[in-house]
Write a protein that binds this ligand. Structure first.
Ligand SMILES: *[C@@H]1O[C@H](CO)[C@@H](O)[C@H](O)[C@H]1NC(C)=O
Ligand SMILES: *[C@@H]1O[C@H](CO)[C@@H](O)[C@H](O)[C@H]1NC(C)=O
Ligand SMILES: *[C@@H]1O[C@H](CO)[C@@H](O)[C@H](O)[C@H]1NC(C)=O
Ligand SMILES: *[C@@H]1O[C@H](CO)[C@@H](O)[C@H](O)[C@H]1NC(C)=O
Ligand SMILES: *[C@@H]1O[C@H](CO)[C@@H](O)[C@H](O)[C@H]1NC(C)=O
Ligand SMILES: *[C@@H]1O[C@H](CO)[C@@H](O)[C@H](O)[C@H]1NC(C)=O
Ligand SMILES: *[C@@H]1O[C@H](CO)[C@@H](O)[C@H](O)[C@H]1NC(C)=O
Ligand SMILES: *[C@@H]1O[C@H](CO)[C@@H](O)[C@H](O)[C@H]1NC(C)=O
Ligand SMILES: *[C@@H]1O[C@H](CO)[C@@H](O)[C@H](O)[C@H]1NC(C)=O
Ligand SMILES: *[C@@H]1O[C@H](CO)[C@@H](O)[C@H](O)[C@H]1NC(C)=O
Ligand SMILES: *[C@@H]1O[C@H](CO)[C@@H](O)[C@H](O)[C@H]1NC(C)=O
Length: 858
């Protein structure tokens, strides 16, 4: 996208070039490139190794015997002097880091340098500051890392700096404040941190300032008005906090202001917006969504009459009233996001009937009033009305023939889905989950006529017949409904199906022998499916397979071994009768293996098969089966994922890649703290669990258990383990729950266990342990039943005092603190997780994406 001024510039400069070439057209006037510059270029070229002949390796066409380097591809010279003034090797397959003594830095006359989209992985050397005549520096998408060198402040002629899409870290160099000719700074999508430096306020010629998607933090300076020519200011997706400086809104030239997805707080009060009827604000895009703003929605917004994009989502008005009429005056709006304003006002959708250009509207999380006669004249592309307390299917959609994306999830809509919905020709994405819908109006194949790709009908009351879906379907989610009978084989004909979620219905019969397409997620949990799991039902692309809580029997399908991307496998609560699937260790990405409550039998270690070393495994639950045998001491030696700490690894949310909803498939039921809870989403990565309880394992508990330092829950109860409790367990400093009850363990409880400060739940009962119970703070807060039925144990919390020894009554206060911390942590996780239901993730992802698409055309 060229701005108008850029276009003018191009026209102007091509005129100039044209006239210059006219003047200097005589052969005498034309200078060849200077030999030192040619040598420098040649030297630069030879610093890189070329893998082969990629089509755009411009430097491969350079010929040393051709003395005029000015004709080399990508090189431009000053025709008067023969100096190289421009080098454009954008996307030329340069591979290798830029050396500080690179030939490049000898090109002292360079004014224009563009090495973007090459692989220059490494630091950007200080020597860049030697190219003192640079005006334009473009190094986007070059895989640079490390700091931006402060020598960049020596480039005093620089007008245009583009370093987007690298891995730069650290702060922006203060020296940039010296570059007072800069008009454009593009630094988005790196890893820059630190504050917004006051020195940047010196850059009074700036028109374009883009710092989006970095890790910048702290407050913005209160007086931003020195950036008086700013048109485009984008600092979205950082961690800025504090209040939004009103001075930003006083910059009359501003066209785009994007502050989304930061942590800005507080109310926004602006008395004098720079607008009058004679010179209205030029602001076209205002994005304040996804912050912690609160207080009333500022009325000045109604004066921003040129706005086409407005996002105020998640503005917390504190249940106050909102005068929604201020938006009805913004007649140029194309994108409007007012979701989750926490207001007590009822929003009349009628208000928007004057907005002729509206294409994307998100009113989710507000109470809506939709009159029966509502008609929105503008052709809407995307409409989100989730959690809007709507009780009837919104009829006005009937005329929205451009609708592509519809989210009316989490409302109170009952009855049947009207058949006209599927006749909206552009409809691709539909989320009607979490309502009380019971069926589909119209003929049996009504949906099949549509071009739907993603359909989420989960958590409703849908009953048979099961809908016939179009071949375009990629994502179909129907868990938590009342479908029954056999899973229809029509599903098998859906050639594009990627995700099929049918858990928590009443399906019977066997698993269809078909899912051969490119299915990556298959969840059939909690139905009444029976029979064997057919080998043919396994699609090699599977990432997540959950058939738990059915009545499946026989062996695990061996064809799973070809699913090299499998991360999640849950077959719990069935009647599988098989030996331990040693062969699964060939799956490099397996993270979750749940075989709980089946008839798996035999050893989980074999001399021939060795230890199942699962490098990425985080959840290992083989409880309630009939496993037998002894485990060698080094059994857990190669379980590397569990060996790393939990809280030290980065807790950033996983990124949602395209349409593979990476979080959903991690849903699993875990036994934690005695009660089962559904874990979904990011909090999940915290859990590292081993549960082998309820089997017939015997011999010593392997000492190597102490290597699994990330472990949070360890349950080895109800087996036939003998010997002593390995001391190494006291190395599991993240452990929150330890259950060794109902075994035949003997000896002491290792005193070091008393030091495990997160260990809030433990059970040693029903063993043959003896000696004093360790005096650690956590241990002492346990119920005495945790130690019961051990003939030789003594000391608090048991009644039995230890013969002879003086008992110290430890104070338990700091202990309480730890306990309550744990309680908070445990309570917190499910809360967070519930918010991350698939619908929501999907919605926000897709919708966001759509907003951008629409906007880029607007
Ligand atoms: C330069 O050398 C290459 C081969 O090395 C040859 O193909 C080309 O014709 C030469 N060009 C000139 C201008 O001599
Ligand atoms: C770049 O170079 C490195 C080593 O020098 C090599 O491993 C890598 O494959 C190269 N990449 C490309 C795209 O040629
Ligand atoms: C690279 O920079 C040069 C010089 O500014 C410019 O002409 C060219 O369009 C740029 N290429 C890309 C792909 O940005
Ligand atoms: C260039 O920048 C560096 C670092 O900011 C500085 O130390 C050096 O003196 C500057 N050189 C010139 C010639 O300005
Ligand atoms: C700001 O600009 C002035 C004059 O242009 C200069 O003297 C001063 O050093 C600059 N400040 C910073 C922090 O670069
Ligand atoms: C803000 O900066 C402008 C221009 O630099 C100046 O005129 C004005 O006095 C400053 N205001 C405050 C409150 O510092
Ligand atoms: C607001 O604008 C009025 C008139 O345009 C002016 O008199 C007043 O000083 C301004 N107030 C502030 C806080 O800038
Ligand atoms: C879907 O595709 C399959 C195979 O390409 C085809 O047999 C079937 O008729 C198609 N179904 C519809 C409804 O178009
Ligand atoms: C895995 O795939 C290969 C090649 O498609 C096939 O020959 C083999 O039988 C498959 N293995 C299993 C256990 O299904
Ligand atoms: C498992 O299968 C074997 C034979 O295949 C059978 O002997 C055994 O009784 C089965 N076990 C259970 C618990 O069903
Ligand atoms: C605990 O871990 C440390 C190092 O992490 C190791 O040196 C020590 O031997 C371990 N202790 C036990 C009892 O395994």
């Amino acid at each position: 996208m060229h701005s108008r001024s850029e276009r003018m510039m191009i026209i102007w400069s091509s005129c100039l070039i044209f006239s210059l070439s006219f003047v200097f057209a005589s052969p005498l006037a034309k200078h060849l490139c200077r030999p030192d510059q040619r040598d420098a270029l040649w030297e630069f070229k030879s610093e890189f190794h070329f893998s082969g002949m990629a089509p755009n390796e411009k430097t491969q066409t350079w010929m040393i015997n051709n003395t005029d380097c000015c004709v080399w591809d990508g090189v431009s010279c000053d025709l008067n002097t023969g100096n190289v003034v421009g080098l454009n090797l954008w996307g030329s397959s340069l591979n290798g880091s830029l050396r500080s003594d690179s030939g490049l830095f000898k090109l002292q006359h360079l004014q224009n340098l563009n090495l973007s989209s090459n692989n220059l992985a490494g630091i950007l050397p200080d020597s860049i500051g030697n190219l003192k005549r640079l005006r334009v520096l473009k190094l986007y998408e070059c895989n640079f890392f490390g700091k931006i060198p402060s020598s960049i402040g020596n480039l005093s002629y620089l007008t245009h700096l583009d370093l987007e899409g690298n891995g730069f870290t650290g702060e922006l160099p203060e020296s940039m404040g010296k570059l007072n000719k800069l008009t454009k700074i593009l630094l988005s999508t790196s890893k820059l941190s630190g504050n917004f430096h006051h020195a940047l306020l010196n850059l009074s010629e700036l028109t374009w300032f883009d710092l989006r998607s970095n890790h910048l933090e702290g407050k913005l300076p209160s007086n931003m008005s020195s950036l008086s020519k700013l048109e485009h200011f984008d600092i979205g997706s950082n961690s800025f906090s504090g209040s939004i400086p009103p001075s930003l809104f006083m910059i009359p030239s501003l066209i785009l202001l994007n502050l989304e997805k930061n942590s800005f707080t507080g109310p926004l009060e602006i008395q004098n917006i720079s607008s009058s009827s004679s010179s209205p604000s030029r602001l076209d895009t205002l994005n304040l969504g996804g912050n912690n703003l609160n207080g009333p929605i500022p009325g000045f917004i109604s004066k921003l009459v040129r706005l086409s994009y407005l996002d105020l989502s998640l503005w917390n008005t504190g249940k106050a009233t909102v005068d929604f009429s201020i938006f009805s005056r913004l007649e140029s709006l194309v994108v409007l996001d007012l979701s989750y304003l926490n207001t007590s006002s009822l929003l009349e959708v009628n208000l928007f009937s004057k907005l002729d250009s509206l294409a994307v509207l998100d009113l989710s999380g507000n109470s809506l009033k939709i009159s029966w006669s509502l008609h929105l004249p503008s052709p809407m592309g995307s409409l989100s009305l989730a959690s809007c307390n709507i009780s009837e299917f919104p009829n006005f959609l009937k005329t929205q023939t451009d609708l592509y994306y519809l989210d009316i999830s989490a409302n109170r809509i009952g009855g049947k889905v009207p058949d006209w919905l599927w006749r909206l020709p552009g409809l691709v994405y539909v989320d009607i989950s979490k309502n009380s819908l019971s069926g589909f109006d119209g003929p049996k194949d009504v949906i099949q006529m549509s071009q739907i790709e993603m359909l989420d009908i989960s958590s409703n009351s849908f009953q048979d017949p099961f809908p016939l879906l179009p071949n375009s379907t990629r994502f179909f989610a129907a868990p938590d409904n009342q479908f029954s009978g056999e899973i229809p084989t029509t599903i098998c004909e859906l050639v594009s199906l990627d995700t099929l979620l049918l858990s928590n219905n009443r399906f019977i019969g066997s698993i269809p022998r078909c899912f051969k397409s490119l299915l990556t997620l298959l969840h059939l949990r909690n139905n009444s499916l029976s029979g064997n799991f057919p080998e043919e039902s396994i699609s090699v692309g599977l990432v997540s397979l959950d058939v738990g809580r059915n009545r499946l029997s026989g062996e695990l399908p061996r064809s799973l071994i070809n699913c090299t991307r499998l991360e999640f496998l849950n077959v719990e609560d069935n009647m599988f009768n098989d030996t331990f699937p040693f062969w699964l260790r060939l799956l490099p990405d397996l993270q979750f293996l749940v075989l709980r409550s089946n008839n798996f039998h035999g050893p989980i270690y074999s001399l021939g098969g060795g230890s199942p070393s699962f490098p990425k495994l985080r959840i290992f639950d083989i409880s309630k089966n009939i496993f037998t045998g002894v485990l060698p001491l080094d059994y857990f030696a190669d379980w590397s994922a569990m060996s790393s700490g939990v809280y030290t690894t980065d807790n950033k949310p996983e990124r949602f890649m395209g349409f593979s909803f990476s979080n959903y498939h991690k849903a699993v039921v875990l036994a934690i703290k005695g009660s089962e809870m559904e874990l979904l989403g990011n909090g999940f990565r915290m859990y590292k669990t081993i549960d082998v309880s309820g089997n017939r394992l015997e011999g010593d508990i392997p000492r190597s258990i102490g290597l699994l330092k990330g472990l949070i829950v360890l349950n080895m109860s109800n087996n036939a383990f003998t010997g002593r409790i390995p001391q190494s367990i006291s190395n599991l400093t993240n452990l929150q729950s330890l259950d060794l009850s109902e075994n035949r363990l003997s000896g002491n409880i290792p005193p070091e266990l008393g030091k495990l400060s997160f260990l809030s739940l433990m059970n040693f009962s029903n063993n043959m342990l003896e000696g004093p119970i360790p005096q650690g703070t956590q241990i002492q807060s346990q119920n005495s039943s945790s130690f019961a039925e051990n003939p030789g144990l003594c000391g608090a919390p048991l009644q039995e005092t230890c013969g002879g020894g003086e008992e110290v009554d430890e104070v338990k206060e700091e202990n309480d603190q730890v306990l309550s911390w744990i309680a908070v942590a445990i309570a917190y996780v499910p809360g967070v997780l519930c918010g991350l239901t698939i619908g929501h993730i999907l919605t926000s992802y897709k919708h966001d994406w759509f907003k951008r698409i629409i906007h880029s055309f607007a």
